[in-house]
Design a protein around this ligand. Structure first.
Ligand code: NAD
Length: 499
């Protein structure tokens, strides 16, 4: 019998009563791994009710205890790192090393959550007026929800619920319906770590389930990671319903190649950053901007890209895996064709890619375009495949103007040996995460993940101190305490000024 992906409600794994199910397949061979239900309205309601009830007691658990739960969780995640990596590989097609990296980047966030006390500190000012002190506390806000994408099924759920829960909230997770098996295992390990009933709940589904969460009266805050189309809807609907919402969304990331850069390091970085994970990373480099004479390196780049090849998760020689689904694969192939039709030069075409022994996989080979213009669909649309577009410009100023005119602002990088060029770039570029001789500058969790402009909606970003602020409220207390009768005024104080 086909494995049924369970929901997790009120401390129990339950089989959904929904007849509306989707297949979960291995994208390397289309093997059916499981069926995932689209949870019913009543099941989503039960998950939120459980989280609401659990909040009443969880908010009072001492902060150090909440941190210790995360320490135990970190230990279990590390113990099961390889097992999680293997499961994630089958669900997504990622290579084993890449899948383990996905898990590891999540574990690093849980390590931050274990240290929650240090991030829950308020402020104090003694004697704001005679005998009066003002101080603030950071308090949890209630039930938070997370809606996550397919491309990092361990890391991105772990960006959300550990910090929210460590901060004293309870949580409802709605992972991607495309690869829900890793999130189920993450929840199992969280229970093993000792998470009390109701603190974390998990439902599966698509737009209907998400819309129910977005408008539910008992949900206070929503974290979303996914495409810009869905993120725009989530931000509008959630904020209209009075929720706090943060949306980390789509991207088109540029790497600037200066002629004074280290050629070998730059081209190798460009290959890895564009085709790694089959280009299915929100921080993947999808546009290379060659400044001045560095355009002479494009032929060399093409030769290096041609050596990258997709393959099965346990093929140690494979550079990356398949595209997540048939529709996503068709979209990538359609955009490659469109690039050719619109007049770009396809130096390397991965459209007819085959992998020995896996004829049914969603394989796309490394694909490289030159003569790309900003009017073309391959420049404007997020391809989310192993496709790199090259643009040539004469100066760094032109490169900066080009990138600042792109609506997205997730990540970017510059490769150069000039400190002056790097400093000008980091100062003037309107992108939230900048790498200098680093192709994919994802900040570690003591910072936050700070995409800008079309790649983000909201005020406070994912993980780090900003996420703790997102999942908490500040309460400011002004207090007057008197020591003895002698210092207490016998007169009623009619003043409204704290003097
Ligand atoms: P997606 O937007 O299709 O799905 C994301 C989540 O939204 C899923 O849980 C899905 O079930 C839900 N969803 C889908 N359609 C919906 C609708 N109409 N209404 C409400 N909810 C809906 O994204 P994806 O294809 O899973 O992931 C890839 C996208 O995520 C890319 O655009 C990528 O750039 C982006 N991403 C962004 C970041 C970031 O931090 N900025 C990180 C990873 C991925």
């Amino acid at each position: 019998m086909t494995r049924q992906v369970p929901l997790f409600i009120n401390g129990e794994f339950v089989t959904s009563g929904s007849s509306n199910k989707l297949p979960v397949t291995n994208p390397a061979n289309q093997q059916l791994l499981a069926e995932v239900p689209m949870a019913t309205e009543a099941e989503v309601e039960a998950a939120i009710a459980s989280a609401s009830e659990a909040f009443k007691t969880w908010r009072n658990v001492p902060v150090a205890e909440r941190g210790r739960l995360m320490m135990r969780y970190v230990a279990l995640l590390k113990e099961h790192h390889d097992e999680l990596g293997e499961l994630l590989s089958q669900d997504t097609g990622k290579t084993f090393e890449d899948a383990k990296g996905d898990v590891w980047r999540g574990i690093e966030v849980v390590e931050q959550a274990a240290n929650i006390g240090a991030n829950m500190m308020g402020e104090t000012v003694e004697n704001v007026a005679n005998g009066i002190d003002t101080y603030s506390y950071i308090q949890p806000i209630g039930v938070c929800a997370g809606i996550t994408p397919f491309n990092f099924p361990a890391m991105i759920p772990l960006w959300m619920y550990p910090l929210a829960i460590a901060a004293g909230n309870t949580f409802v997770l709605k992972p991607s319906e495309q690869d829900p098996l890793t999130p189920v295992r993450l929840v199992e390990l969280f229970i093993e770590a000792g998470a009390p009933k109701g603190v974390l709940n998990m439902v599966h589904g698509g737009a209907d389930v998400v819309n129910q969460i977005l408008t539910h009266k008992d949900i206070q805050a929503i974290s979303f990671v996914g495409s810009s189309r869905v993120g725009d809807h989530i931000y509008r609907t959630g904020t209209d319903a009075g929720k706090r919402v943060q949306c980390m969304m789509g991207a088109k990331n540029h790497m600037v190649v200066m002629p004074d850069a280290d050629r070998n390091a730059t081209l190798n970085a460009l290959v890895g950053a564009s085709v790694g994970a089959a280009g299915q990373r929100c921080m993947a480099i999808s546009v290379a901007v060659f400044v001045g004479e560095s355009k002479e390196w494009i032929g060399d780049l093409s030769e290096r890209m041609a050596t990258a090849r997709p393959g099965a998760w346990n093929d140690a020689g494979a550079s990356y895996g398949p595209i997540i689904s048939r529709p996503a694969y068709e979209k990538v192939l359609g955009l490659i064709q469109k690039g050719k039709d619109e007049g770009a030069t396809c130096l390397l075409d991965g459209s007819n890619c085959v992998v020995d022994g896996l004829p049914d996989g969603n394989w796309v080979g490394p694909t490289l375009f030159t003569d790309v213009t900003t009017e073309m669909a391959i420049y404007n649309e997020e391809i989310f495949g192993p496709v790199l577009c090259c643009i040539t410009v004469d100066t760094l100023e032109e490169a900066i103007e080009l990138i600042n005119n792109c609506p997205y602002g997730n990540g970017t990088s510059i490769f150069t040996n000039s400190g002056g060029a790097a400093r000008k770039y980091q100062h003037e570029i309107l992108v939230g995460q900048v790498g200098i001789n680093i192709p994919i500058p994802v900040p570690l969790p003591f910072f936050s993940f700070t995409g800008w402009r079309g790649s983000f909606r909201g005020d406070l970003h994912a993980y780090g101190k900003q996420a703790v602020r997102f999942y908490t409220e500040t309460k400011t207390i002004t207090a007057r305490w008197t020591h003895s009768e002698a210092t207490t005024s016998k007169q009623p104080n009619m003043s409204i000024n704290l003097r």
